[in-house]
Design a protein around this ligand. Structure first.
Ligand SMILES: Nc1ncnc2c1ncn2[C@@H]1O[C@H](COP(=O)(O)OP(=O)(O)OP(=O)(O)O)[C@@H](O)[C@H]1O
Length: 604
């Protein structure tokens, strides 16, 4: 015979409350959230039995200091004696869902059967007076944090509903302060569809009177801009720039995405206020919108997502994924709509969040497709949106670096070429993506040497006239691997243009690196340099339209001519923001001294 015996687990309730308050709930404030949620669920349950039923909740605070008490009363479905034994007295058992609660969807917010325990964070006793709509006697349940409770039938019959009594426990006075309670009730219950009243200090007020009708039908918000922005400021605590109505196709999730009034770092945590069955469950929900929607802060309501036990997040499941996708789509569609009907408004939004929008568009093709017309670029036609640039119907060129852009901007502008500065962060990635996205677009990367293709050649006569001068300048710059071309080009104010092929650009960097490295490394770099072909030459175009260049090329003084050519070379390097080698700096220094000397001697 076996002497095996079966025992029941004993639960140390005060230990459990400790765990809940320290690890599950972010602050004792949540006791009001749990009470309001229970009242909401009870009202929903009664509404299911009687569709015309109108619910209400009244919170009353009496007494002061450690003698303060609070009651939270609803006219919801109430509890029978049997319900009390089953749900109030059994932790982890809820009237609102079946055994497979995680998976099952219900009309209620509560599902874990532990919420009421949060009241022990602020009270040493919870008293529940209740009358079920199903009839039976009115009941009283008194629970203590040590795990004991009493139940008794009341002699008087209450009207259907439930009233919860709490008595302030030592050090919990702030949680009973009328001001604090009012703020918390508004915080959690601003969107509740039935009146939530507070009575304290002889004053009664309805907390959620300002609840707007457009919140559940966000498309109505479009015509109520001022009201929507004012409501957003009240709930989110800062003035917002603009807003976008949100709604999923099944109508079970919606809200308003407010556009932040300042640009934000891409890595900032995006947190939104989410209302489940119109009760705030989280103001830190991060996973409800796509990653890229960092420029908005939302008020979102839903009746289809499932909160975790802490209520502060939602289960990451297929439903959440499709809600996230659809809300993202709402934002994209609205941005496109604004772009079509109110382009200046979209321009303002995009400019406010320009860098972040570009970063996002560089990673997300759909988003790029939505907003590319409104992205601004520096161009030889000024600071313009891509849409404006397209409207010009010109071939679009872009550079890869800011230096390349600076180097050729004057020349390209003088020749009416449309060149975009691709050098700033994200710009050339975006332009390269756009050329794939819009294959019909005539767009090409521009190298500084390409602009020289449109330069005007010298006449035969001029070529003969300046033959010796060109040879002399070529010789003077040979040690810098730079060849000379004498051309005519606009603008006439520009004396010389320095261009560098990709290969010679690498060679320049190599030579600069050689100067700064140890002997061994320098010899390795030196060997590398010899592998570059002869084409690794840069070109300095002198502009014969420029009066100074004309003077220099017509000067009979060889020494002065050579020095002037070298000075124009170093000047062109400076203008193009190229790092100069020690040799080039030396030439610049010596040239300056020579010119000062010549200047002074000619005045003497
Ligand atoms: N105001 C109320 N009216 C009617 N029944 C209530 C009320 N408050 C609590 N109850 C009953 O007490 C049970 C336990 O409530 P509790 O808040 O602990 O858990 P829950 O709401 O079911 O789930 P959760 O832990 O997710 O909030 C509920 O399931 C419900 O049956």
């Amino acid at each position: 015979m076996s002497n095996e015996q079966e025992y029941r687990f004993q639960v140390n309730l005060s230990g459990m409350i400790n765990i809940l308050s320290n690890h599950l709930y972010s602050s004792p404030n949540v006791y009001l959230r749990e009470l309001l949620q229970n009242a909401t669920d009870a009202i929903t349950a009664r509404g299911q039995l009687d569709p015309g039923f109108i619910g209400n909740v009244t919170v009353e605070i009496s007494g002061s200091g450690s003698q303060t008490t609070m009651t939270v009363e609803d006219n919801g479905v109430g509890l029978t004696e049997e319900d009390i034994h089953q749900f109030l007295a059994m932790i982890g058992h809820s009237s609102k869902v079946g055994q497979d609660f995680i998976a099952k969807e219900t009309s209620f917010i509560g599902r874990f059967g532990i919420g009421l325990l949060s009241c022990f964070m602020v009270s040493d006793e919870i008293v529940v007076l209740t009358q079920s709509v199903k009839g039976g006697p009115s009941m009283e349940w008194r629970g203590k944090p040590n795990g004991t409770y009493t139940i008794r039938q009341l002699s008087t019959k209450l009207s259907p509903g439930t009233k919860i009594y709490l008595r302030c426990k030592p050090d919990s006075e702030p949680y009973y302060e009328p001001q604090m309670v009012e703020e918390l009730l508004f915080y959690y219950g601003a969107l509740l569809p039935y009146p939530v009243r507070l009575q304290a200090n002889g004053v009664a007020k309805t907390i959620n009177e300002s609840r707007p009708d457009w919140i559940m039908q966000p498309e109505l918000a479009r015509g109520r801009r001022r009201e929507v922005l004012a409501f957003g400021e009240k709930l989110l605590g800062e003035p917002m720039q603009d807003f976008i109505p949100l709604q999923t196709a099944n109508g079970r999730t919606g809200g308003i995405a407010f556009i932040l009034p300042h640009s934000v770092n891409l890595n900032t945590r995006r947190s939104h206020k989410v209302y489940l069955k119109q009760m705030l469950v989280s103001d830190k929900a991060e996973n409800i919108l796509p990653e890229w929607a960092f420029f908005v802060k939302c008020l979102i309501w839903t009746d289809e997502l499932q909160p975790t036990a802490s209520r502060e997040h939602f289960y990451e499941d297929e439903r959440l994924e499709s809600v996230r996708e659809e809300l993202g789509q709402s934002i994209r569609n609205e941005l496109m709509r604004i772009g079509d009907y109110e382009p200046d408004r979209l321009k303002r939004i995009i400019q406010l969040h320009a860098l972040s929008m570009k970063a996002l568009a560089a990673q997300d093709e759909d988003f790029l497709q939505t907003i590319y017309r409104w992205l601004t670029f520096e161009s030889t036609y000024g600071e313009r949106t891509f849409g404006e640039l397209l409207a010009d119907n010109k071939k679009i060129f872009y550079t890869l670096s800011v230096d390349e852009y600076r180097q050729i901007t004057h020349v390209a502008a003088a020749q009416s070429m449309l060149v975009l500065n691709g050098g700033y962060i994200y710009n050339h990635e975006l332009l390269e993506r756009l050329s794939i996205l819009l294959p019909e677009l005539d767009m090409e990367r521009l190298l500084p040497e390409d602009v020289s293709l449109s330069f005007e050649d010298l006449t035969n006569e001029e070529r003969n006239q300046f033959y010796e001068r060109i040879r002399l300048a070529d010789g003077a710059l040979q040690r810098f691997r730079c060849q000379i071309q004498l051309k005519r080009f606009a603008p006439a104010e520009l004396p010389a243009l320095y261009t560098l092929s990709k290969e010679s650009s690498s060679l320049r960097s190599l030579e600069k690196a050689k100067e700064n490295s140890s002997d061994l490394l320098a010899s390795v770099l030196g060997n590398l340099g010899t592998s570059f072909t002869e084409s690794a030459y840069s070109t300095l175009y002198f502009n014969l339209n420029n009066p100074l260049v004309q003077k220099i090329f017509n000067s009979a003084d060889n020494q002065m001519f050579t020095t002037a050519a070298q000075m124009l070379y170093t000047n062109a390097l400076l203008m193009g923001h190229y790092p100069m080698t020690r040799q080039e700096l030396g030439v610049l220094g010596q040239g300056m001294v020579k010119f000062i000397d010549w200047g002074l001697s000619s005045n003497a």
